[in-house]
Ligand binder design. Sequence first.
Ligand code: KG4
Ligand code: ZN
Length: 372
Amino acid sequence: MNLQDTSSQLILGIESSCDDTAAAVVRHHGGKDGQRRSVVLSSIVKGQDDSHAPFGGVVPEIAARAHASRLDQVTEEALSQAGVAAADLDLIAATGGPGLMGGVMSGLTFAKGLALASQLPLIPVNHLAGHALSVGLEQDVPFPYLLLLVSGGHTQLLMVEGVTQFRRLGTTIDDAAGEAFDKTAKLLGLEGPGGPAIQRLAKAGDPSKVSLPRPLWKRPGCDFSFSGLKTAVRQQVAAEMPLSPERQADIAAAFQKTAVAHLAVRTENAMCAALTQSPVHHLVAAGGVAANEALRDALRQLADRYDWQLIVPSLRYCTDNAAMIAHAGGLMQAEGMAPDQDALAFSPRARWPLDEKEDATTLGKGRKGRKV
Ligand code: KG4
Ligand code: ZN
């Protein structure tokens, strides 16, 4: 990579908004072409699946305690893997929300302590902005681009027009997509993280053998809904108990096919709406559910049909990580959003919509925090 090192910054990122404790070190550069890039020197992510598994979902108090006890070690690991000391850093970027309050508070308080002790500037970063800009960790994608953000806590379609300019085109009116995958996996009695378990099982199933309702079918717009689909799966499972392994696979396949078709149709509506307003030709998918192969295939076909380019970050940057927080912090600083003393007074936010204008409604709480 041909990087101009004039404004190189060594940035520590901290992420703790849900059930992953993460720290990363990136070197953030301005390139000769004006594009800004981050080279990831380390990215450590420690999950908490084992701690939450007995409860069938993320328990906020357990998550907060786990973050508090691991942040030290995860950060030390990130620094030592990057081969740098805290004294070498130029900036700390920490998730300031949205997410589970206890988790965000743990990470932000830790980052504030470190910033004070090392006399480093701190920049609080919106977790959703981290996801929205994460694609820049691996590729130069020009603004504006259309983003499908699909994770355990969020399902949104956003026009990303700049580092801090986001226009929300659609959001979920009930459950997040990842939440629907996780709940369906639970209904089918599958172990481990729900999304990958459904994806695995769906390969062995025949989706045409189970009829499930398509959410918001033939309705215009870019919003999403998953609760009706989840209820239909629950009723199907209840009617057929005990499920044979074949039926289990058929239901998983039908659920995945329906959920993916829903995500693709609403994305297509957003592409059509976006085209009337700006010359956009890039579709970016981010968040844990963007790891789903069937979804990637559907989005690729969609992008091909419209002659758009589909870009999906590598799995390690699709799911929660701190490199995306460090990268977003670097971009924000370069935009002149210089961190100052106020960052130390910044309070963690459970809710922090990217597009404040569109956020007139509060959509309730999901398993992994509030959905915005
Ligand atoms: O972005 P992420 O790591 O954390 C949140 O911010 O939520 O996303 C986690 C979500 C979970 O709901 C998980 O089941 C889902 O992403 N997921 C998948 C797949 N891998 C992870 N969903 C469908 N298919 C997958 N392969
Ligand atoms: Zn996330």
